[in-house]
Write a protein that binds this ligand. Sequence first.
Ligand code: TYC
Length: 103
Amino acid sequence: MSDNDVAAKPKTRSKPKLQRPKLYKVILVNDDYTPREFVVMVLKAVFRMSEETGYRVMMTAHRLGTSVVVVCARDIAETKAKEATDLAKEAGYPLLFTTEPEE
Ligand code: TYC
């Protein structure tokens, strides 16, 4: 066996693999002031939910404090959360939508 005849060592990867962009949750936060019907209206208008799904998501936040509305790309999550929160602010309600990265 000559000196050059060594088994090829697998190259260590110099470039990290491209990661999928992180997904973000839009979270609906409960409060004591916003009417239930208004919350459902915002969920239907901004997140294109049906009456039934909107009601279920609203009631989850009402009972537990928060509810996940949707999981999507960060820019979409932030835009929708702001749009929904702004709609409530214009109507004089403290309703809040936040975003957080998915685990
Ligand atoms: N808790 C509100 C009420 O009783 C209704 C409500 C539900 C408000 C969900 C916000 O994210 C919310 N009028």
